[in-house]
Design a protein around this ligand. Structure first.
Ligand code: ZN
Length: 198
């Protein structure tokens, strides 16, 4: 019974991915086993390695394999500015503009009470501790311009101001409802340079 059991286990494992139901999980499993055994091996190795090696940067919370990520370890970065983003993809979007030389904090999500995502799930305590290192002077809120991103920015902004830090928000060049990842470079760079006091 090794065959069917293994197949069943594979389908169940694939179903853990977001948005994947039993039908698409079966299709993926059949495809890998029928047409792409090499791909199946690659996937298995890559998953195993990533799951073992990837962890969160102790300073900015993004994914990294070391204790501290390359950006946080870079001595050229301006340590007085801390830009708060939702995801590594948003950080990458800001980095591509080359308009920001400070450091980041990556929430790895956003506050979303309706989905049961609260302060603990996005590491707000870690951010508050990080921002109070005595070097950070300005916290730039670069969460997305969606309802949840705005709510997240509000909660963080109030907490940071209460701790005596300067708080700014990306300027409104970025269309409402949009995610930074999908906004063009010029618009993001402009929003960063024109950021407003909160
Ligand atoms: Zn880092």
């Amino acid at each position: 019974m090794a065959g069917p059991n293994s197949l069943h286990a594979l389908i169940e494992a694939l179903r853990r991915l977001p948005g994947v139901g039993v039908k698409s999980a079966s299709r993926m499993a059949f495809h890998l086993l029928q047409h792409d055994r090499e791909g199946a091996q690659l996937l298995s190795q890559a998953l195993g390695q990533a799951a073992t090696r990837v962890r969160h940067c102790s300073q900015c919370n993004t994914f990294t394999e070391g204790e501290v990520c390359d950006t946080c370890a870079n001595p050229q970065r301006d340590r007085s500015k801390l830009c708060v983003v939702e995801t590594p993809a948003d950080q990458a979007a800001l980095e591509r503009t080359a308009a920001f030389k400070g450091l980041y904090f990556v929430l790895m999500g956003k506050l979303s009470p309706l989905d049961g995502i609260g302060p603990k799930d996005i590491g707000l305590a870690k951010l508050f501790e990080r921002a109070q290192d005595g070097v950070v002077e300005e916290v730039i809120l670069a969460t997305n311009f969606t309802a949840e991103g705005e709510a997240t920015a509000h909660v963080i902004g109030e907490a940071m101001k209460a701790r005596g830090l300067r708080v700014t928000r990306l300027a409104r060049g970025v269309p409402a409802g949009s995610e930074l990842e999908y906004v063009d470079l010029g618009t993001i760079a402009h929003a960063l340079v024109d950021r407003r006091e909160k």
